[in-house]
Design a protein around this ligand. Structure first.
Ligand code: XMP
Length: 530
C-alpha cells in the first residue's frame, strides 16, 4: 500500500495570476488569458502577496468584484504588489483598488453604469488601446467612479460619466480599466487584454494544448513510474480525455472500467466500447450492470432517492471491478493510482489548492485489504472544458466523444419523471436520439449547451393518430444555452428544427403523442427536470 503520496506536481513556468475578488469574473478572465495563449491561474485575494510573488508570475490581473472599494469588509491587497516590478492589470474593482491604493480618487459621484457603454479612447497609440477604435462599446458594472488617476499614470479612456475609465503607467507597467474586457460585449476587450500581456508585460504567446499534452505525459510518467493505474470511464469528455492522456503516458499499466448502468443514451456504450478503445488502445473492462441498477430502481419515483440508489450501486460495481483488476490483471500487485477527470473550475470552486492526492476505497471482497488507498492522477486539473476538448482532439479521440454535451452521471435515470423502467428508458432513448440527430443535422450542436429530452412518465394525455385515439406520454425538449451551467437560458431554436423533431418523435416513438418545449431560464428552473 502506498505511503502518503506527494501532491500532483506543479507544472507552471510562465504564469499569469488572476486575483479573484469574489465575483464571477475571475474564471472568465483566466480563460481569456489562455485564449491569448498565455497560461493563467486563479488565486484568492486573501493569498499573501509574498506567496503570489513566490510563484514568479509574469503578470498579475486583478479581477472585478464587489461594487465599492469603500464597503465594509471589501477585499484589499498589500500594496507591495504594485512595487514588485511585476506588471499588473486591474479590471473594474481591481482598477478602483489600484486607483485608491496608488493615490488616485474614487468616489460615488452618482455615475452608475451597468451594461453596454460607449468608451472614448483619448490616447490612440497607448499600450492598451493601440489599433482599436477611438469609440468602442464596453461592458460596465460599477457604482463608484475614478475621478483622478494616481500620479505618474496617463488617462487613456473615458465615458460620458466617468472621467477616468482607463489609465496606464508604462514605466511601472501598471494598467487598469474600469470596464470588463473579458466579456464579449466589450468588443475589443480581448485585444486590450492581449495588448497588456504582449506589449505591457512582454509575454510571448506560446502556451498551447500541445504543450499541455507533452507536459502532462511527462508528469504522469514521473508520478506513476512503473506502478498501475485504473480509471473509471463515464462516456463523458473529461474521463475520456484523462484516460487517453494517461494511456499515452503509461500504456498498459492503465486499466479502464466502464460501468454500463443501462441509463446511457443510444449508442453511447458502443462509443466507449468500440470507438474509444480503437482510438486509444486502452485496456477496458466493461461491467454490464443494467439489471442490477434497474432492480434497485424498481418502484422508486423520488428524484433524490433515485440519485442515491444510482450513486450507491455505481460505487459498489466500480469497487468490485477494482478488486477484480487487482486480483487478475495486476496479479495481486497494488493498483496505486486512480485517474480522475477533475477540471480546473472544480479545483477553483473547491478552494484551489494543489490537490487532495489521496482517497480511500472501501470494499469487502475476500482476500483483499479492507481499505485501498489510491493516489489521484488528475491530468486535467489545470484545464477548462474547452481546453479539455482541444486536448482530446489532439489525442485523436472520436469527434462524438470530444464534442459531447454535458450529460449527468445518473444518466437518463433523472430524465424520466416517475419510475425508471427498461421500457421507459428505451422509449426515451429513441426520442433523445431523434432530437440529437436533428440538432446535429441542423448544425446547432455548438449553439447550445445541451438539450435534455425528458419523459413525463407519470403524465398521459389524449391524442389522435391515424384513425385512433391515443393516450400517450409527453416528452419535453429542454435546449439551453449557458457558459457554465450555473445559469442558463432556453435556446431559441429555429421553428423548423423543432417541428421536425416533434413530427419525427410522435411518428416514430410509440406511446409518445406530444412534444413540448421548456421555455424557462435557470434560475428559476434547473436544466434537468428530475
Ligand atoms: P441542473 O439540473 O442542476 O444541472 O441545472 C446543471 C448541469 O449539471 C448537469 N448535472 C449533472 N452532472 N452528475 C453530473 O455529472 C449529476 O448528478 C448531475 N446532475 C446535473 C446537468 O446535465 C447540467 O449540465
Amino acid at each position: 500500500m502506498p505511503a502518503a503520496p506527494p501532491a500532483a506536481p506543479d507544472t507552471t513556468t510562465d504564469v499569469v495570476l488572476v486575483v479573484d475578488f469574489g465575483a464571477q469574473y475571475a474564471q472568465l478572465i483566466a480563460r481569456r488569458v489562455r485564449e491569448a495563449r498565455v497560461y493563467s491561474e486563479i488565486v484568492p485575494s486573501t493569498m499573501p502577496v509574498a506567496e503570489m510573488l513566490a510563484r514568479n508570475p509574469r503578470a498579475i490581473i486583478l479581477s472585478g468584484g464587489p461594487s465599492s472599494v469603500y464597503a465594509e469588509g471589501a477585499p484589499t491587497l498589500d500594496r507591495a504588489l504594485f512595487e514588485a516590478g511585476v506588471p499588473v492589470f486591474g479590471m473594474c474593482y481591481g482598477f478602483q483598488l489600484m486607483a485608491t491604493m496608488l493615490g488616485g480618487t474614487v468616489d460615488d459621484n452618482g455615475a452608475r453604469e451597468y451594461g453596454r457603454t460607449p468608451l472614448s479612447v483619448s490616447k490612440a497609440g497607448s499600450t492598451l488601446f493601440e489599433g482599436t477604435p477611438t469609440e468602442q462599446p464596453v461592458w460596465m458594472s460599477h457604482g463608484d467612479a475614478c475621478s483622478a488617476a494616481p500620479e505618474g499614470f496617463t488617462v487613456t479612456a473615458s465615458t460620458d460619466v466617468v472621467p477616468v475609465a482607463a489609465f496606464e503607467n508604462d514605466e511601472k507597467k501598471l494598467y487598469g480599466v474600469q470596464y470588463h474586457p473579458e466579456v464579449m460585449h466589450s468588443t475589443h476587450g480581448q485585444q486590450v487584454l492581449e495588448h497588456f500581456l504582449y506589449r505591457g508585460a512582454g509575454i510571448e504567446p506560446t502556451w498551447t494544448t500541445t504543450n499541455v499534452v507533452e507536459e502532462q505525459i511527462a508528469l504522469i510518467r514521473e508520478q506513476v513510474g512503473t506502478k498501475r493505474a485504473i480509471c473509471g470511464l463515464s462516456g463523458g469528455v473529461d474521463s475520456a480525455v484523462a484516460a487517453a492522456l494517461v494511456q499515452k503516458a503509461i500504456g498498459s499499466q492503465l486499466t479502464c472500467v466502464y460501468v454500463d448502468h443501462g441509463l446511457m443514451r443510444k449508442g453511447e456504450t458502443e462509443q466507449v466500447e468500440k470507438d474509444f478503445v480503437a482510438a486509444t488502445g486502452v485496456k477496458l473492462r466493461v461491467v454490464d450492470a443494467e439489471k442490477r441498477f434497474l432492480d434497485a430502481l424498481a418502484g422508486v419515483s423520488d428524484p433524490e432517492q433515485k440519485r442515491k440508489i444510482i450513486g450507491r450501486e455505481f460505487i459498489r460495481v466500480f469497487e468490485q471491478a477494482q478488486a477484480e483488476i487487482i486480483a487478475e490483471v495486476a496479479g495481486g500487485e497494488d493498483v496505486a493510482f486512480l485517474v480522475q477527470g477533475t477540471l480546473y473550475p472544480d479545483v477553483v470552486e473547491s478552494g484551489g489548492g494543489t490537490g487532495t492526492a489521496n482517497i480511500k476505497s472501501h470494499h469487502n471482497v475476500g482476500g483483499l485489504p479492507e481499505d485501498i488507498e489510491f493516489q489521484l492522477v488528475e491530468p486535467l486539473r489545470q484545464l477548462f472544458k474547452d481546453e479539455v476538448r482541444m486536448v482530446g482532439q489532439e489525442l485523436g479521440l472520436p469527434e462524438e466523444i470530444v464534442q459531447r454535451q454535458p450529460f449527468p452521471g445518473p444518466g437518463l435515470g433523472i430524465r424520466i419523471v416517475g419510475e425508471v423502467t427498461k421500457e421507459r428508458l428505451d422509449l426515451l432513448r429513441d426520442a433523445d436520439a431523434i432530437a440529437r440527430e436533428e440538432l446535429t443535422a441542423a448544425g446547432l450542436d455548438r449553439d447550445i449547451w445541451q438539450c435534455p429530452v425528458v419523459l413525463l412518465a407519470d403524465v398521459r394525455s389524449v391524442g389522435v393518430q391515424g384513425d385512433g385515439r391515443t393516450y400517450g406520454h409527453p416528452v419535453v425538449l429542454r435546449p439551453v444555452s449557458s457558459e457554465d451551467a450555473m445559469t442558463a437560458d432556453w435556446s431559441r431554436l429555429p421553428y423548423e428544427t423543432l417541428a421536425k423533431i416533434s413530427t419525427r418523435i410522435t411518428n416514430e416513438v410509440a406511446d409518445v403523442n406530444r412534444v413540448v418545449l421548456d421555455v424557462t431560464s435557470k434560475p428559476p428552473g434547473t436544466i434537468e427536470w428530475e
